[in-house]
Write a protein that binds this ligand. Structure first.
Ligand SMILES: [Zn+2]
Ligand SMILES: [Zn+2]
Length: 110
């Protein structure tokens, strides 16, 4: 106990267990949902769903203003992600928009 967890959205200290687990407070989780709804108008719903899940699981951590670390789906690897690019296998090929990039776009819009 005693370790303080800050909201990835607004930087406020989190206390509620659900907020700590998600890395975001209730208001910022609502902002993520709203941003995801906007992104969902132009991006495949499966990608948006995976991106929202990544954010909700605390798998997307901001390391610079527009750069994030994102966890691989099995949690064993960490990628560098920005809305424009990602170091994951799909992202490096550059052919497909990966869900990490979608998550980064959602987080920045939230
Ligand atoms: Zn917040
Ligand atoms: Zn990626």
């Amino acid at each position: 106990m005693g370790e303080s967890v800050k909201c990835q959205g607004c930087g406020r200290r989190l206390t509620a267990a659900k907020s700590v687990a998600a890395g975001r407070g209730r208001a910022c989780r609502a902002k993520v949902r709203a941003a995801a709804a906007v992104v969902a108008e132009t991006v495949k719903p499966e990608l948006v769903a995976k991106a929202v899940e990544l954010i909700a699981d605390g798998g997307l951590v901001r390391v610079r203003p527009t750069v994030f670390q994102s966890a691989s789906s099995d949690g064993t690897r960490v990628y560098r992600t920005a809305p424009q690019g990602c170091t994951c296998p799909a992202g490096v090929r550059g052919k497909y928009l990966c869900y990490h990039r979608v998550a980064a776009a959602i987080a920045l819009a939230a």
